[in-house]
Ligand binder design. Sequence first.
Ligand SMILES: [Cu+2]
Length: 111
Amino acid sequence: MKLLNLLPFVLFLAGFGCSSTPAPKAALRQYPMHGQVEKLDAVARVATIKHEKIGDWMDAMTMDFPVRDAAQFAKLKVGEKIAATVYVQDIDFWIGNIRVEPDATPGGRKR
Ligand SMILES: [Cu+2]
């Protein structure tokens, strides 16, 4: 009986707690991406990539992508063609799952 009397108060506190925390994040979306590394910012860990069309998310362009995984960022080289996964959540996006694609141009590196 006493517990039941406390219930409204507990619910009030729970609601109060919720209002101070951020809204739940939108579902994480993933898109395959192909592009060429144009520039690397090791301080911000951002790669400028000339990318092809990315699913229904974005047309082809050159833009900056944050790379959350430091080890993956360290392996990137300017001029390299890569395949990666773009992760999109709310207004955040970043790339991961980065693989080097063989360079088919004459004199290009084969990996
Ligand atoms: Cu873009």
